[in-house]
Design a protein around this ligand. Structure first.
Ligand code: HEC
Ligand code: HEC
Ligand code: HEC
Ligand code: HEC
Ligand code: HEC
Length: 157
């Protein structure tokens, strides 16, 4: 009897370790967007909210249409205005119980995008997974270095 319980516990632990260790599977993005071909642009031309709001935002077809008469990888014309929004998949997340504001970090703390997202500008393919994992300890180690808030209520609701 105990042998079976032991085996069940071990199987459970192995299964849990497996789930924890496995990286999240890469998502497929709808268009093969290359950051590397857009290096001349300031990040906020496309990620418009990053300096002024909580969310950076991922650009829709209207932004692409400023330069592309047809969006590479899409059949219809960008200027038609009737096509569905581009279904980009957000890959960097904090859970709902965490408060995060881009404006606070980009405009007030004057941090580079790279300090939290790594080097995006050289990427030739879209992101299938978060380029940097933003865990609580990542936030806290910078906060402690920079003298920013470390109390639980600053980040958690
Ligand atoms: C202090 C760390 C930090 C900095 C600096 C930062 N980001 Fe982020 N970024 C995050 C976190 C955390 C998330 C996930 C937020 C969420 O769960 O919605 C995120 C999400 C994003 C997203 C996808 C979701 C969204 O917000 O719309 C984009 C795009 C993005 N960041 C772009 C940028 C750009 C561009 C810059 C520089 C102008 C920048 N970030 C600077 C931490 C940072
Ligand atoms: C400010 C102008 C500008 C904006 C805005 C812009 N692009 Fe581009 N894009 C370019 C330029 C310039 C190139 C490089 C063309 C080349 O290398 O021949 C390019 C190249 C590309 C390529 C590679 C094309 C190929 O033949 O390899 C793709 C895909 C692409 N853009 C998609 C997009 C999408 C999707 C958006 C909107 C989210 C967008 N672009 C927004 C200017 C822009
Ligand atoms: C021409 C528009 C354009 C420019 C300029 C641009 N991006 Fe993006 N960015 C996109 C698009 C479209 C996506 C979604 C597809 C992908 O992952 O490449 C994206 C995705 C991202 C993501 C992933 C968001 C997430 O879900 O986690 C980050 C981070 C990011 N960009 C940062 C940057 C930074 C930093 C710069 C400046 C160096 C920059 N971007 C410049 C269009 C742009
Ligand atoms: C690279 C450094 C860095 C990283 C990483 C970072 N922060 Fe910050 N954060 C700062 C700085 C500096 C400030 C102070 C800005 C100011 O003066 O308001 C700040 C301020 C804040 C504030 C406002 C605190 C207050 O006083 O009310 C919150 C909330 C916050 N950060 C959440 C986060 C979360 C959540 C993460 C991780 C996902 C994170 N930060 C990652 C540097 C960072
Ligand atoms: C600077 C921002 C920040 C501060 C301060 C902070 N947390 Fe967090 N916390 C986070 C982020 C971001 C996550 C999500 C981590 C992830 O998704 O991996 C998190 C996750 C958690 C979780 C969920 C379990 C986990 O590890 O994912 C708990 C519980 C938690 N925090 C408790 C606390 C307590 C208690 C304090 C005060 C001692 C605190 N946090 C202070 C940013 C912060």
């Amino acid at each position: 009897m105990f042998r079976y319980v032991g085996a069940a516990v071990v199987t459970g632990l192995v299964a849990t370790a497996w789930i924890v260790v496995l990286p999240p599977s890469p998502v497929g993005q709808p268009i093969a967007f290359p950051h590397a071909r857009h290096q001349g642009l300031t990040c906020t031309v496309c990620h418009r909210g990053a300096a002024t709001t909580a969310r950076a935002g991922i650009p829709g077809a209207a932004v692409c249409a400023k330069c592309h008469s047809t969006i590479p990888g899409r059949a219809t014309t960008a200027t038609a205005g009737r096509e569905p929004p581009i279904a980009w998949v957000q890959v960097t997340h904090v859970p709902d119980h965490v408060m995060f504001s881009h404006r606070r970090h980009v405009t007030i703390a004057k941090l580079d995008c790279e300090s939290c997202h790594g080097r995006i500008r050289d990427r030739t393919a879209p992101l299938g997974a978060a380029p940097m994992r933003l865990e609580m300890k990542t936030c806290l180690s910078c906060h402690s270095r920079e003298g920013a808030a470390e109390d639980c209520a600053a980040c958690h609701r």
